[in-house]
Design a protein around this ligand. Structure first.
Ligand code: AMP
Length: 191
């Protein structure tokens, strides 16, 4: 693999702090931060074809169909040449995880680390409702957590078996979590 860029996958429930920590990683260590949720919110705002297809799913807290997500992500991975990348909010299903492996192979990239940011549901829910995004009403937030447990959580075992998983406690204040995250990322990327 030589000095090709590496990929860090941030895995965790909505409200676990993936977005916040992804932005911190970008600021701290020139790691590109790709959030599929942000990409979709932008796409919906400009009403691009992907945005039009995704809008109702975002609103109701459902997962956007894999095919739509993959198309969107591929456009961004094509441009990755030199910097390490943090994926936030992808993969979210087993099918996406398999598709990611194929995509990375195609672009000669590899996963250095899957970081599972874990928090109790009660903390995630509190953070989501405080954040006040349009898809963060209490009902939608509850639904998104349910979707996470059903569709995304099984990936933890998948990546553990692949020897790529690190568990990081996402509770507490942002700086404390950032320092725990950085310890693990620094080691995995040999920074
Ligand atoms: P997030 O900002 O990561 O919480 O994502 C917000 C919303 O975008 C989710 O509730 C989904 O509707 C959609 N979304 C983001 N990433 C994915 C993905 N990998 N697969 C399916 N839907 C996604």
């Amino acid at each position: 693999m030589g000095d090709r860029p590496h990929v860090v996958v941030l895995l965790g429930a909505p409200g676990a702090g993936k977005g916040t920590q992804g932005m911190r990683l970008r600021a701290r260590a020139q790691i590109a931060h790709i959030s599929t949720g942000d990409l979709f919110r932008d796409a919906v705002r400009i009403q691009s074809p992907a945005g039009q297809r995704a809008e109702a799913y975002l609103k109701s807290g459902q997962l956007v169909p894999d095919q739509v997500v993959l198309q969107l992500l591929e456009e961004y991975l094509v441009d990755i040449e030199t910097v390490d990348v943090c994926l936030d909010g992808f993969p979210r299903t087993y099918q996406q995880a398999i598709a990611l492996e194929e995509l990375l192979f195609q672009f000669n990239l590899s996963i250095a680390l899957v970081l599972h940011l874990y928090v109790a549901d009660s903390i995630a829910l509190e953070r989501l409702v405080d954040r006040g995004r349009p898809d963060d009403t209490i009902e939608t937030a509850r639904h998104r957590l349910k979707v996470y447990h059903a569709a995304t959580e099984p990936l933890i075992k998948h990546y553990d078996e692949a020897g790529l998983l690190s568990e990081v406690d996402g509770s507490g204040d942002v700086e404390a979590v950032e320092s725990r995250v950085w310890d693990v990322v620094e080691r995995a990327l040999c920074r």
